[in-house]
Design a protein. Structure first.
Length: 150
């Protein structure tokens, strides 16, 4: 079970994305956010665009993405951020380059903020391994150390 899979997990992810937007706006000169509500609405719009528009863009640009070995996905992320900038008043992105850098910052901050989730859901080594069979034989009745002779 994932920590973010519940209804409160959705709000947690929005808050993490909001923090990432604030950090990105603080770090990059080409990104401007006017208020906390602009940050929150930006997080909602980016989340919605990532869930609705991004898969369509990925399918449309699949040949280009394959040729560039996936690097074109950064361009798609920048386009999503430019679309969010056009939709949310109080969130402004100066240029495509700023949007590209902002998407990299969002990716990095989200990765750092989701590290605790990876450790919460990590299984101990004992649970990851398969339990041994009761009779320690395979399907044909041979034990693991028995040789097959012709």
């Amino acid at each position: 079970m994932e920590f973010y899979s519940s209804r409160s997990g959705c709000l947690t992810r929005l808050m993490l994305l909001s923090i990432a937007v604030m950090v990105g706006a603080w770090l990059l000169p080409g990104i401007e956010v006017e208020s906390f509500w602009a940050v929150f609405w930006t997080a909602i719009v980016i989340s919605l665009l990532n869930n609705i528009i991004r898969p369509v863009l990925i399918v449309i640009t699949l040949p280009v993405t394959a040729v560039t070995l996936g690097l074109f996905l950064f361009v798609i992320n920048a386009v999503i951020i430019l679309m969010a900038s056009a939709m949310v008043s109080g969130f402004h992105v100066d240029s495509f380059g700023s949007a590209l850098l902002f998407s990299l910052v969002l990716m990095g901050v989200n990765y750092l903020l989701e590290l605790p989730n990876k450790y919460i859901n990590r299984k101990p080594l004992e649970q990851q391994q398969q339990p041994p069979h009761d009779d320690d034989t395979d399907d044909e009745g041979f034990t693991p150390y028995e040789e097959i002779k012709d």
